[in-house]
Design a protein around this ligand. Structure first.
Ligand code: HEC
Length: 180
């Protein structure tokens, strides 16, 4: 082994030594803080229940319970959002969507002469009862995947019950609503 090689090896070794000690020193100064639990901590969205104010948003009440305190008059106001596409009066025409007089108790996708989507047409063995309407109006595309009804849905459970109660009233002989 010649002297040059020794010099080079020495230089490499001392460089390594410097790097290692710097690393250790940094480790001491900037000690990495390990979280107690791996992963991120997400802020919890649910406000603590009970503490004075309004009750925490619980699971939705069944439609029958909501219907017992529903207000068809409020529902009538709420369907303003539907009138771009639907008529609600007796003998009303089909527009972008089928006429809705008497929809409660009607088979799904069953208005003659209205061009339903294949998704809705395929369901005309089912009936628009309170439960079906409640689910459809919450999220049309979730209840009838592939529906042509371009409407996001009514998220408030009470508001939906108001609309269902109003829809039921649009009939010559409104049906008894389900009892809680
Ligand atoms: C942008 C237009 C549009 C809006 C707004 C809209 N709808 Fe519809 N609706 C439609 C269309 C189109 C259909 C037919 C869907 C299909 O064929 O898949 C439909 C279907 C329905 C049906 C099923 C009727 C049947 O004969 O089977 C109900 C019930 C209904 N809509 C209620 C409502 C209510 C209540 C609102 C307001 C809260 C509303 N819609 C808002 C376009 C609309």
């Amino acid at each position: 082994m010649n002297i040059e090689a020794n010099k080079i090896a020495g230089a490499v070794l001392s460089t390594l030594l410097v790097v290692m000690s710097l690393n250790m020193a940094a480790g001491i100064v900037f000690a990495p803080k390990k979280p107690a639990v791996a992963g991120f901590e997400l802020p919890s969205e649910e406000p603590a229940a009970g503490a004075g104010g309004a009750a925490a948003p619980a699971a939705e009440e069944p439609i029958a319970v909501r219907l017992a305190k529903a207000d068809p008059a409020k529902g009538e106001k709420a369907v303003g959002a539907c009138k771009a596409c639907h008529t609600f009066d007796k003998g009303g025409a089909n527009k972008v969507g089928p006429h809705l007089f008497g929809v409660y108790g009607r088979n799904e996708g069953s208005v003659d002469g209205f061009g339903y989507s294949a998704a809705m047409k395929g369901r005309n063995d089912k009936v628009w009862d309170a439960d079906a309407l409640d689910h459809f109006l919450k999220n049309p595309k979730a209840y009838v995947p592939g529906t042509a009804m371009a409407f996001a849905g009514i998220s408030k459970p009470e508001a939906r019950a108001d609309v269902v109660a109003y829809l039921n009233s649009l009939s010559d002989s409104p049906q008894p609503l389900p009892k809680p």
